[in-house]
Write a protein that binds this ligand. Structure first.
Ligand SMILES: [Zn+2]
Ligand SMILES: [Zn+2]
Length: 350
């Protein structure tokens, strides 16, 4: 057995190199997963292209991990060599006040939550015994591909968000940001029974691709005033629910003006730390607008989102536009940024 492996190491903003490094060592109560497919996430791209580690490099990102158990420690009994697994990066203690109250997405046990898996842009990853005991590892059914199963990670927070805000019939939902997350939002809104989905983006190519996920109307905000366009499409009432799924403060500012009286706005996309969003609070007050932040998912939601991702009802194949060898991770970043790719999945062994 080789003690080396291939991995994509980040050396600084935009500096990602595929190199040979030491294969991780299996702990007595842990296991080693041979990574078969790993998704390239929007947050990975943000982390890989900014000084996300504040100088602490090299570092291996990648958290949408699927693979085969390659080795188990002498004390590990739950999984065996050959098992096909999806590693959900969230881990919950199920013991703290938040977990017990049914809100494990807010788990306050940082020792446990930091078990969250990163290091997926490699051929192998070590899984700690603590992670195995706490859960968040799911078996991939035999008839489901590793690529499809890797979508369970980005799908999870979308699933949780739409469930928490009860998207359903006869909602008109506005989604700002036609990236992979926006596309998941559109598809899942329709599965949940939303009457109409309106997608807004500045990238025409992304908007056109979004149509296949149940989007009814597209608005190119590089050409059209998106607020006026939403008002026109909704008889000047505004949408029931507006989801800002971009990393931009300006779309949060706009979202308030697209929602109907008493409607709900969700800030789903993370904006740069420390940045401030300008909001028309007079309008929020008089129009009884609800504003909600969203991040993550509860343990229960992560389980159900995984089940959806691997079910035949979910068109995972439509989302995965590119499967590339890990060596081409930089190409994957470019394809995603340009809007040519929806979801890029990387193969560490090609
Ligand atoms: Zn992700
Ligand atoms: Zn907890």
């Amino acid at each position: 057995m080789s003690t080396k492996m291939k991995a994509a190491l980040m050396y600084g903003p935009g500096d990602v190199r595929v190199e040979t490094v030491d294969r991780p060592v299996c702990e007595p109560d842990g296991l080693i997963l041979k990574i078969m497919a790993v998704g390239l996430c929007g947050s990975d791209i943000r982390n890989l292209t900014t000084d996300s580690r504040k100088g602490a490099y090299p570092f291996i990102y990648g958290h949408e991990i699927t693979g085969i158990v390659d080795e188990t420690g002498s004390e590990e009994t739950r999984y065996k060599v050959g098992d096909r697994l999806f590693l959900f990066p969230g881990t919950y203690c199920m013991e703290c006040e938040e977990c017990i109250s049914g809100h494990s997405e807010n788990c306050s046990n940082t020792e446990v939550t930091k078990l969250a898996g990163t290091g997926g842009f490699a051929q192998y990853i070590a899984v700690k015994g603590e992670k195995i005991r706490r859960g968040g590892i799911y078996r991939i059914p035999e008839n489901v591909s590793f690529e499809a199963a890797s979508l369970a990670e980005p799908l999870t927070s979308v699933y949780a968000c739409l469930e928490n805000i009860r998207v359903g019939y006869p909602d008109t939902v506005v989604i700002i940001g036609a990236g992979p997350i926006g596309d998941f939002m559109a598809q899942l809104s329709k599965i949940r029974g939303a009457h109409r989905v309106i997608m807004i983006d500045i990238n025409r190519r992304r908007l056109e691709m979004a149509r296949q996920f149940g989007v009814d109307e597209i608005i190119d905000s590089s050409e059209t005033d998106p607020i006026e366009a939403v008002l026109q499409l909704t008889g000047r009432k505004g949408a029931d629910k507006v989801i800002s799924a971009t990393p931009v403060n300006a779309t949060q500012t706009q979202s308030i003006h697209m929602v109907r009286k008493g409607g709900l706005v969700v800030f789903f996309g993370g904006v740069p730390k420390g940045s401030m969003t300008e909001l028309d609070c007079n309008l929020i007050h008089y129009n009884n607008i609800w504003i909600k932040g969203h991040f993550g998912a509860s343990y229960d939601q992560s389980m159900r989102a995984f089940r959806l991702a691997v079910s035949p009802e979910f068109p995972s194949g439509k989302f995965i536009t590119h499967v590339l060898p890990l060596d081409e991770i930089n190409k994957g970043i470019q394809l995603t940024r340009s809007g040519e790719a929806i979801k890029v999945v990387l193969h560490p062994w090609d």
